[in-house]
Design a protein around this ligand. Structure first.
Ligand SMILES: *[C@@H]1O[C@H](CO)[C@@H](O)[C@H](O)[C@H]1NC(C)=O
Ligand SMILES: *[C@@H]1O[C@H](CO)[C@@H](O)[C@H](O)[C@H]1NC(C)=O
Ligand SMILES: *[C@@H]1O[C@H](CO)[C@@H](O)[C@H](O)[C@H]1NC(C)=O
Ligand SMILES: *[C@@H]1O[C@H](CO)[C@@H](O)[C@H](O)[C@H]1NC(C)=O
Ligand SMILES: *[C@@H]1O[C@H](CO)[C@@H](O)[C@H](O)[C@H]1NC(C)=O
Ligand SMILES: *[C@@H]1O[C@H](CO)[C@@H](O)[C@H](O)[C@H]1NC(C)=O
Length: 307
């Protein structure tokens, strides 16, 4: 019963949205110059704002309609289409500001809790595009804990896990919000070691961002990491993984040495990354990599001074 009413409401909403947008389209057609001055371009075809292949830039009114639609519908197909359209529009810097000012980050952010994995992924993608803007990052920050927990507990190698990792990577491009990830470092290493190639590369990109920040060094070196981590330094490992793993080592080593501490205070616990990186087995692997056939790999190894 409620379901049928919902469908009716959604259909009415769509017609309303489409109708309103068509009016806006007619109106704005005569005001192109004015709209251009505002940095907004009226759409050529606004009949269906939720059409995912729609490649024009929506204006503020259209974005507002779309956010309203997203807030008021429970139809997964419409939610997903609205998120994709908003995500595509969030690739443009003017729209990143408009969507934030319309309260869109909260509306999109609430969809990362949607039990439908496909919708969750689209919400994460949209937030990722919105995260290019520094002020948006401040608003997106409240979702970082949730995204971390989903990345660590969600299905391994899934599209939504990758989307979450991408969002976390872009949220750590600066050092501003990295401390939020401190509690999840050991979990991220676990995903790194259990995930497939695509997952490994994305986790490494994220860890690389953290590794350049001296404030994160103790958290990284103190994390409990399985000894299979060292197999990332095996000779046959794919270059895109091997070079990133070596860069991770190099960055952490640089930050650690910069602090001039030969003996860590307090000492890192048994089973931590510190023991793996500065142990005999790792030293052996580095010596073997000096003879690697790839010059980029060789170069990286020689940049870790100990070897
Ligand atoms: C979406 O828009 C494209 C281009 O305007 C059109 O070819 C396509 O049929 C539309 N798809 C849907 C589902 O409306
Ligand atoms: C999840 O959303 C997609 C996209 O709209 C839809 O096709 C699918 O049926 C939904 N899955 C579930 C389990 O509701
Ligand atoms: C995000 O932005 C990129 C360009 O930066 C674009 O290719 C992509 O389609 C956008 N949309 C989503 C949902 O990621
Ligand atoms: C994420 O950050 C990378 C590196 O800074 C950048 O190239 C990319 O465009 C960003 N992606 C999105 C969707 O913002
Ligand atoms: C990782 O797993 C996902 C999901 O099964 C798959 O789509 C992707 O192609 C895999 N990547 C690699 C490099 O194996
Ligand atoms: C994070 O990584 C991206 C590329 O993935 C890079 O552009 C950015 O400078 C890095 N930021 C930090 C703080 O390391």
């Amino acid at each position: 019963m409620g379901g049928a009413r919902d469908v009716g409401w959604v259909a009415a909403g769509l017609v309303l949205a489409a109708g309103a947008c068509y009016c806006i389209y007619r109106l704005t057609r005569g005001q192109r110059r004015g709209a251009r001055r505002l940095g907004l371009r009226p759409s050529r075809s606004a009949e269906d704002l939720t059409n995912g292949s729609y490649d024009d830039i929506l204006n503020a009114e259209q974005l507002q309609k779309l956010l309203y639609l997203l807030e008021s519908t429970e139809d997964p197909v419409i939610i997903e289409k609205a998120l994709v359209t908003l995500g595509n529009n969030a690739a443009f810097s003017a729209n990143q500001v408009i969507i934030r000012e319309l309260g869109g980050i909260t509306i999109i952010g609430s969809q990362i809790n949607n039990p439908n994995q496909s919708i969750k992924e689209k919400a994460l993608n949209a937030l990722n595009n919105l995260s290019v803007n520094v002020e948006n990052q401040i608003k997106i920050k409240v979702y970082v804990n949730q995204v971390c927990e989903d990345v660590l507990s969600g299905p391994l190698n899934s599209a939504e896990q990758l989307a979450g990792l991408r969002l976390l990577t872009n949220m750590t491009v600066t050092n501003d919000h990295q401390h939020v990830l401190s509690a999840y470092v050991a979990g991220l290493f676990h995903v790194l070691l259990t995930g497939n190639g695509s997952t490994k590369v994305q986790v490494l990109k994220l860890l690389l961002n953290l590794s350049e920040n001296p404030a994160m060094t103790d958290g990284l070196l103190g994390a409990q990491v399985d000894s299979s981590f060292l197999s990332l330094f095996d000779v046959h490992v794919a270059k895109e993984i091997l070079v990133r793993a070596l860069t991770l080592f190099q960055n952490i080593d640089n930050c650690f040495k910069k602090e001039g501490r030969l003996v860590p205070q307090p000492p890192f616990p048994e089973g931590s990354l510190f023991y793996l990186l500065y142990g005999d087995e790792c030293a052996q692997k580095m010596r073997a990599l000096v003879y690697h056939h790839d010059t980029d790999v060789k170069e990286k190894v020689t940049m870790i001074p100990k070897f």
